[in-house]
Design a protein. Structure first.
Length: 328
């Protein structure tokens, strides 16, 4: 594929594939004002979807997005569903509400995330970045699986799950024996973020295999470096930022590459790859892959984020941590 690049915008993507947005039911997690999730929702609304379902912890953070959509595109139905991905009880309540609300979800974008934040264990006893960025999405997607089944074939029945990851997965793989960092004793903000982003990639690959049986697709992706509300902890602490850059430099050196800090994207550019994953049919043969700048990543992905054995190991661990097994 060559039609997309670093500079591509979400508006360009939706304009190209407007027929794949129109009339669809789309769910986006974490579209808070000032983030790429909000921009994703706003951009999709221009394509006249039937229903945008927006989930998040706080309505006040998402209400400005809903208001903007309603003003610009009043025919697009918008629904806010409260969902704290760090709380399994909240995720289950949200899933129950969504399952009762719609017959089908055409596109589900797992966008919500926290990044490089201080050590916190959730009410379920799990490190907060792993719980929010991976486990909450794992549980939500699986609880909604009955709405994510494509029947037949063709554009009208296409179902896609998009998991927004990060190049920061390079900070490390999943710590299967110690995902809680010895209750914080060995915690590093970047290792924990890297663990959660690696989990996103493994989840997308495993999900793609499971969804293939029903004609669905799944992708993970790097949206790029974007100045957004996600970076609140990092930007307020120069030491955390410096540590992250040093760790990325060392990680790339181990792969025989020099670390080059990526130029920043605008929010409009930052939402593009997720929209390409959701809408571009040329990517369908690459379901499960990790995307960057609108295409399958040209940089080799580390084995700890791709291995089939590790995919299955993470799926099993995730089932254990949420206390439920899922068959697709």
């Amino acid at each position: 594929m060559t039609r997309w690049s670093f500079s591509s915008t979400g508006n360009e993507v939706v304009s190209t594939f407007k027929d794949r947005v129109e009339g669809k039911t789309i769910l986006i997690t974490g579209p808070s004002t000032g983030g790429i999730g909000a921009q994703t929702a706003l951009t999709l609304s221009s394509g006249n979807p039937s229903h945008l379902i927006l989930t998040g912890r706080s309505l006040p953070k998402i209400q400005p997005v809903i208001t903007a959509i309603n003003e610009a595109h009043p025919s697009v139905k918008t629904t806010f569903i409260p969902c704290d991905l760090a709380s399994q009880a909240s995720v289950r309540a949200a899933a129950n509400e969504i399952n009762a609300l719609v017959e089908k979800i055409d596109i589900l974008i797992c966008n919500a995330a926290i990044m490089a934040c201080p050590y916190v264990k959730t009410e379920d006893g799990i490190e907060s970045q792993f719980a929010t960025n991976h486990l909450g999405h794992f549980l939500l997607v699986n609880l909604l699986k009955g709405k994510l089944v494509a029947e037949g074939s063709g554009m009208g029945t296409r179902v896609v799950v998009v998991v927004v990851g990060s190049s920061a997965y390079a900070h490390g793989g999943v710590r299967f024996k110690d995902w809680n960092f010895e209750d914080g004793k060995t915690y590093n903000e970047w290792e924990a973020y890297g663990q959660s982003k690696t989990a996103n990639m493994l989840f997308a690959k495993a999900l793609a295999r499971k969804m293939e049986r029903s004609g669905g697709f799944a992708f993970s992706l790097n949206p790029g470096s974007i100045r957004s509300n996600l970076q609140v902890h990092m930007l307020s602490n120069e030491a955390i930022l410096a540590d992250g850059l040093a760790r990325m430099t060392a990680s790339e050196a181990k792969e025989g590459r020099a670390f080059v800090r990526a130029p920043q994207k605008t929010l409009e550019q930052g939402c593009a790859t997720a929209l390409i994953a959701a809408l571009d049919p040329e990517l369908e043969p690459f379901s499960g892959e990790y995307l960057d700048d609108g295409d399958v990543s040209k940089v080799k992905v580390r084995e700890y984020a791709t291995s089939l054995e590790i995919q299955e190991k993470l799926w099993k661990l995730s089932e254990e941590l949420v206390g439920e097994e899922f068959a697709w």
